[in-house]
Design a protein around this ligand. Structure first.
Ligand code: GDP
Ligand code: MN
Length: 385
């Protein structure tokens, strides 16, 4: 079964069951509820967008509010905000913390080592992928044999190795043991705290929560039921599902249409290689006719993050001339706001190119190879990121 990602507020409530300290707070679906919750949490508060995507802070989805007026302003602005294709329907309001230091802590499974993997860093707050690239030695890894578990003593050595501030070490070690218990007994695939903070008055606690539950363990967690149905789906995915498309929303700017899951995946890789990032995975399967193409273009066109569209079709049973006609017919029906780069190859490719020849422009570009097309699409999306 699929893993289940929790919202931050659910992750924090899950943490709290295992004794991990979090800030006082609650959820709000309206501005009025946000005001009531702020009173309850105590000013100043933080107003936080509840969407299952990282980087909410940078996207304007996390705001401090010193009083009711500020809560009204921020809650009003964040509700309905689109964060990387996720529309905010719910807020978490909590008492604001003063921050002296931001750390990072997580547990996941390292399948190749057949062990659990703890990651701990004194350089938290920022995205850990960034730290892993710019300053990998700032992340202290700890492999944990599931049979042995994590002792307080081992956790103490770990926080020392990670260079956490001395005043934070005892509390951090105790918290990590609790986080490990949450991860194992709570059947998580991932339990991550970023940032784990040290306050100016020397308290360590979780300011964010990213939890993925292991669906295979659902049978022993009847309490997980409350997490079901609370999901607000990616609107792009809903639209795609309505049109019968095999679509997964991603965070980038290059919209992708390909035929076959394998080709769609390599298309994502090549776009990445060229320094770009895909806005989605979309496999239109065998039938690249006008209907399917129009539906695919519509879904991608409705994604405000998309800056260019890369159509990568390898004609097999579906002939390239049919695909070319399909693309032109689709473009007659839907008006597309981003430039389209086509790479059409395979059965009847010359005939397909001929059909397109008169229609090419700076809004509809054809490239001979997948790599050329990826480069072009990335350039049109604003260049390498
Ligand atoms: P993310 O951007 O989606 O990871 O959301 P976070 O919950 O991690 O919040 C982003 C950033 O907002 C944190 O790294 C903090 O710097 C800041 N922040 C969040 N809560 C508080 C708070 O209670 N007090 C202060 N001063 N900053 C906060
Ligand atoms: Mn965070």
């Amino acid at each position: 079964m699929d893993p289940v990602d929790l919202f931050e507020y659910q992750g924090k409530q899950y943490f709290a069951r295992f004794g991990i300290p979090i800030s006082r707070g609650g959820v709000a679906d309206t501005v009025d509820q946000a005001l009531a919750q702020a009173e309850d949490s105590g000013y100043p508060v933080v107003v936080k967008a509840q969407v299952k995507v990282g980087g909410r802070g940078k996207a304007g989805g996390v705001k401090l509010a010193a009083n009711a007026d500020e809560v009204r302003t921020h809650a009003g602005a964040i509700l309905g905000l689109d964060i990387k294709g996720h529309v905010v329907k719910r807020l978490w309001i909590e008492h604001a913390s003063d921050i002296a230091r931001e750390y990072y802590a997580s547990f996941t499974l390292d399948r190749s080592a057949k062990k659990h993997l703890g990651m701990l860093s004194a350089e938290g707050g920022v995205e850990i992928e960034e730290v892993a690239v710019t300053n990998p030695e700032a992340i202290a890894l700890l492999h944990i044999d599931p049979v042995d578990g994590l002792s307080l003593e081992a956790a103490r050595q770990w926080v020392e190795r990670a260079n956490l501030d001395e005043v934070a070490r005892d509390q951090a070690a105790a918290l990590l043991v609790k986080l490990y218990t949450c991860y194992t007994e709570g059947d998580c695939d991932l339990a991550e705290i970023n940032p784990l903070i040290l306050t100016p008055d020397d308290k360590v606690h979780a300011l964010d929560a990213k939890v993925t539950l292991d669906e295979n363990a659902a049978y022993r967690h009847p309490e997980w039921e409350e997490f079901e149905g609370s999901d607000v789906e990616d609107e792009r995915e809903t639209r795609a599902k309505e049109r019968g498309l095999n679509y997964i929303g991603l965070d980038g700017t290059v919209g992708i249409i390909a035929n076959g899951a394998g080709l769609a995946m390599s298309t994502l890789d090549v776009v990445n290689q060229c320094g770009g990032s895909a806005a989605n995975f979309l496999d239109i399967g065998g039938g690249a006719n006008a209907d399917v193409m129009a539906a695919a273009l519509e879904v991608i066109n409705s994604d405000p993050a998309v800056r260019s569209i890369f159509v990568n079709i390898f004609g097999g049973i579906t002939r390239v001339d049919e695909v070319a006609n399909g693309v032109l017919e689709a473009l007659d029906r839907v008006s597309i706001s981003s430039p389209i780069v086509l790479r059409l190859d395979g059965t009847n490719a010359p005939a397909g190119r001929k059909i397109l020849a008169d229609h090419l422009s700076d809004r509809l570009v054809a490239e001979p190879t997948m790599l050329d097309a990826a480069r072009r699409a990335v350039a049109l999306a604003g260049g390498a990121s």
